[in-house]
Design a protein around this ligand. Sequence first.
Ligand SMILES: [Zn+2]
Length: 77
Amino acid sequence: MREQFGAFTASELYCPKCRKSQPVRERLLLVLPSGELHEYLCVGCGESLGERTVTNPPQPAKPLKPRRPEQPRRLLR
Ligand SMILES: [Zn+2]
């Protein structure tokens, strides 16, 4: 299942501080194991207007793992 966030490429967002629609700047906020968190900042006042998560690798449908008690694996003794 792939989510299309392509439609949500915000170039302008409403800024409550500026009280108008402002162009935004995208900034990489966080790198998560599942993807990257980007933040949209108002270029006028620097207010954070939104964020979005970019999941980088299109995840292949993983088969569910069979349920199995997890055992610590002994390596060399
Ligand atoms: Zn603003």
